[in-house]
Design a protein around this ligand. Structure first.
Ligand SMILES: [Ca+2]
Ligand SMILES: [Ca+2]
Ligand SMILES: [Ca+2]
Ligand SMILES: [Ca+2]
Length: 245
């Protein structure tokens, strides 16, 4: 790449980043995917994220979209209306993301019988972001028991673990992240509000790994881009000025 081309791509990147506001929250709701679709790089273009998974009990490691509006699926605990939790009732969540338990018909990229892994612990689903984030919120579906299905979110920056959030903390009255509206149980749905890097005492993270203690799904991943992204705005202006000369 020539120096001019590189300069131009830096400008383009800066301008693109500059279009987002400082308070922007980016949401991944898994909309637009087919029930059973294996998710990996589909959200790269729209959300700058790559998703991968590990299933401790299988020879395949698949994160799969699950349509919570359906009935008669392989796991009706993942169908709305939700029985309990702070999203109880007919909360319209559409697709959620599961760790797939079987490999029926996966050859075409769409699992024929979407079902979440029930082994305890089940495995993990990882979100690798292109840019550093300073906050994250998410939905937890069908986590039955915080103790039996011990689950957590691990945050990494440049490959180093920087924070670990135990899902037990949301229901433990003594914990910093306690949220009295969160109720776990069969067919439950709970939204965890944005947890900021400040809350966690970290600068930020670029990878979020959900460790799944058992059968469950995650959804509505909300992230806050790091302010550093917006510092590029000044650089963008410099680029424009230089090109005009
Ligand atoms: Ca959704
Ligand atoms: Ca198929
Ligand atoms: Ca299941
Ligand atoms: Ca269940």
């Amino acid at each position: 790449m020539s120096t001019t081309m590189r300069a131009l791509s830096v400008c383009a990147l800066a301008v693109a980043a500059g279009t987002a506001g400082a308070d922007t929250i980016e949401t991944i709701d898994f909309g637009g995917l087919v029930h059973g679709e294996i998710v990996s790089t589909q959200l790269q273009g729209s959300h700058g994220v790559t998703i991968d998974a590990r299933n401790y009990s299988r020879s395949f490691d698949l994160a799969v979209a699950f349509d919570t509006h359906r009935t008669g699926t392989r796991d009706d605990d993942l169908e709305d209306p939700w029985s309990m939790g702070n999203l109880v009732g007919h909360t319209n969540l559409g697709n959620a993301l599961i760790l797939q338990e079987n490999n029926y018909g996966i050859g075409d990229g769409v699992a024929d019988r979407p079902d979440d892994e029930g082994s305890r612990p089940a495995g993990w689903i990882r979100f690798s972001f292109d840019e550093v984030k300073t906050g994250i919120g998410f939905d937890i579906l069908d986590l039955e028991s915080a103790t039996a299905e011990a689950s957590s979110l691990k945050l990494y920056l440049d490959g180093s673990l920087v924070a670990s959030i135990d899902f037990m903390d949301f229901v433990d009255a003594g914990a910093d992240l306690y949220d009295p509206t969160v109720v776990y149980g069969n067919n439950s749905a709970n939204r965890i509000g944005i947890i900021s890097a400040d809350d966690l005492g970290i600068e930020g993270f670029d990878t979020a790994k959900f460790k799944l203690g058992g059968s469950m799904a995650i959804d509505t991943i909300k992230t806050v881009p790091a302010p550093g992204t917006f510092a590029l705005l000044g650089l963008g202006g410099a680029c424009v000025a230089r090109r005009r000369r």
